[in-house]
Design a protein around this ligand. Structure first.
Ligand code: FES
Length: 104
């Protein structure tokens, strides 16, 4: 289904010596416990911020004519497909919010 598409995995976004800002934020905020979901969480988090910045609405976007703000609700609904059995959601949200604010 994705023949010819460009696919970026977690290995393509940072190195141990130069982490991607989202990887570093997940570490600072304890955004994981066992780490099973973490690769997908980080890749989705990066895509979520790109999606919001591209002004693509979600189910919680109120005004479809205004520029979408990066809020907890926007992040939560867009990350809702990523399940974390360890329940690190609060720390994941904190990490994403920090990166969003740094890149604003
Ligand atoms: S950190 Fe264990 S499943 Fe998310």
């Amino acid at each position: 289904m994705h023949e010819g598409d460009e696919i970026e995995t977690i290995e393509g976004i940072g190195t141990p010596q130069a982490l991607d800002p989202m990887q570093a934020a997940f570490i600072r905020h304890d955004g994981f416990q066992c780490g099973y979901c973490t690769l997908g969480q980080i890749q989705s988090a990066r895509a979520v911020l790109d999606e919001i910045r591209a002004n693509i609405p979600s189910h919680v976007t109120g005004d479809l004519t205004a520029t979408i703000r990066i809020t907890d609700a926007e992040i939560r609904v867009r990350m809702s497909g990523n399940i974390c059995r360890c329940g690190a959601y609060a720390n994941i949200l904190a990490a994403i919010t920090e990166v969003a604010e740094e890149q604003a």
